[in-house]
Design a protein around this ligand. Structure first.
Ligand code: PLP
Length: 495
């Protein structure tokens, strides 16, 4: 493809993208294809001779689209959102064209420098403590990771390295205590509502983790955390890493940093805060009370790629003392060194892979083109739509709202047995009209309805409500005999 052909194909692709996104409502949100469908549609081997753009372009609708779950459809109410905006798409085009791998400052100075400044912009917008900012001249700073899961692993490894160093310094008279001895005793903690990636971080680091029982409101019980830490210490174990969640995956619960933070500080335990979804909302002052106590955190992370109009992947992580990351991950081969080392961050020391894309470009484009007001407006509108949906549920006594709606997530169920809500979810998703996902809170099976797409409007909420309400009517009629039985009596085999 030469530049003239690229110009034509590029315009065609941009037109296709616009048409796709602006008419996405008309597509069935969840595909009907069966596993293995795609292999049947394309040749068994790569072509010997290059094909035309027209042939490739024609296969988007034939091969790819039948198997797409349309995450940006206003009928998509599953999981948490993944962001999408035209400025971010434009930035990614440019990033692909520049195509640099910004692992050190010298590998592409603007790639590193824009990221440092964007992370400061973002930290200031969220009103993070000044210690997290690079521009304050301290040790802090931000880095763009690919995902929140990576941030949790990075925090965990830095915490491990800090704890090992501290023990070795304290125990200089006992050089026989090896790193291996310490490693086997290290303990991580998180709430039983924390994302599965926290447990996975411990698994990847071959570390032990204790999940602390959550309170009535599904936040981590600080008293139980304290008790667990004391008991573990008494048993010779070494607490070193606590992950607090702001906006849990099952129901958007918030752990109390004000209560957890002092425990971590006293026990010299690293506090990582995972605000993957809810963090974007802290750009609005009215939601910042959920992050009260953030000054206790050693590291903080949220995903602008979830709810802040920046396309995947862009997970923002800050750390108070970046030297602790560099120490944890520093290997320094000659071929990666440069003569400005130490004057600017070399982000290869702040992450797991070596290679990294120019992701700060999309943050820059989005922040400039929407402005703070535009992003605040987006968050507020989505929360208002969730509240509108909540009101429809409140007015219908067949439904139970399981936890208060705080942001864009509504957790609902049909009153009565779990089986009823399981059937309801299955019927909704089989219809392909909207797409929702399940979760379980204590013994209750719930349906998570999240306002996800940027194009979702009040009409979409009414449409979704009608779909749910109509299927609920069908199911309740078919199951009249057990509609009134309490949950416990009808516990499913899984429970
Ligand atoms: C609270 C929380 N933490 C972590 C994650 C994992 O996010 P990622 O896919 O960026 O690793 C999620 C995903 O929804 C989440 O809700």
């Amino acid at each position: 493809m030469d530049s003239d052909e690229f110009a034509v194909a590029g315009r065609q692709m941009i037109d296709y993208v616009i048409h796709y996104l602006e008419n996405i409502r008309d597509r069935r949100v969840f595909p009907t294809v069966k596993p293995g469908y795609l292999r049947e549609l394309i040749p068994k081997d790569a072509p010997e001779k290059g094909e035309t753009w027209e042939a490739v372009f024609g296969d988007i609708e034939r091969v790819i689209m039948p198997g797409i779950t349309h995450w940006h459809s206003p009928r998509f109410n599953a999981f948490f959102p993944t962001a999408n905006s035209y400025p971010a798409i434009l930035a990614d085009i440019l990033s692909d064209a520049i195509g640099c791998i910004g692992f050190t400052w010298a590998a592409s100075p603007s790639c590193t420098e824009l990221e440092v400044v964007m992370m400061d912009w973002l930290a200031k917008l969220l009103k993070l403590p000044a210690e997290f900012l690079a521009c304050e001249g301290g040790k802090g700073g931000g880095v763009i990771q690919g995902t929140a899961s990576e941030a949790t692993v990075v925090g965990c490894l830095a915490a491990k390295s800090r704890k090992i160093k501290a023990i070795k310094e304290e125990d200089k008279e006992h050089p026989e205590i090896t790193e291996r001895d310490i490693l086997s005793k290290l303990m991580c903690y998180a709430s039983d509502q924390a994302h599965s990636s926290v447990e996975r971080a411990a698994l990847l680091g071959a570390l032990n983790i204790r999940l602390i029982k959550s309170n009535e409101d599904f936040s981590m019980d600080p008293k139980l955390l304290e008790e667990a830490i004391q008991k573990d210490k008494a048993d010779g174990l070494i607490p070193f890493y606590v992950v607090a969640t702001l906006g849990s995956t099952p129901c958007c619960a918030f752990d109390s940093l004000v209560d957890i933070g002092p425990i971590c500080q006293r026990e010299k335990v690293w506090l990582h805060v995972d605000a993957a979804y809810a963090g974007s909302a802290f750009i609005c002052p009215e939601f910042r009370h959920y992050m009260e106590g953030i000054e206790y955190a050693d590291s903080f992370n949220f995903n602008p790629h979830k709810w802040m109009l920046v396309n995947f992947d862009c997970s923002a992580m800050w750390i108070k003392d970046s030297a602790e990351l560099v120490e944890a991950f520093n290997v320094d081969p000659l071929y990666l060194r440069h003569d400005k080392q130490g004057l600017v961050p070399d982000y290869r020391h702040w992450q797991i892979p070596l290679g990294r894309r120019f992701r700060s470009l999309k943050l820059w484009f989005v922040l400039r083109m929407y402005g703070v007001e535009g992003i605040q407006g987006h968050i507020r509108q989505q929360v208002a739509l969730a509240k509108e949906f909540e009101q429809l549920l409140k007015d219908d006594n067949r439904f139970e709202i399981v936890v208060p709606v705080r942001m864009g997530l509504v957790c609902l169920r049909l009153k009565g047995s779990n089986e009823l809500s399981e059937k309801l979810l299955k019927r909704i998703n089989e219809s392909g009209k909207i797409y929702v996902t399940p979760s379980k809170l204590r013994e209750k099976y719930i349906i998570r309805f999240c306002v996800c797409a940027t194009r979702t409007n009040s009409e979409d909420i009414k449409y979704s409500w009608k779909v749910i309400s109509d299927f609920a009517k069908e199911i309740l009629e078919e199951n009249k005999h057990d509609a009134k039985k309490p949950v416990a009596q009808l516990a499913t085999a899984e429970e």
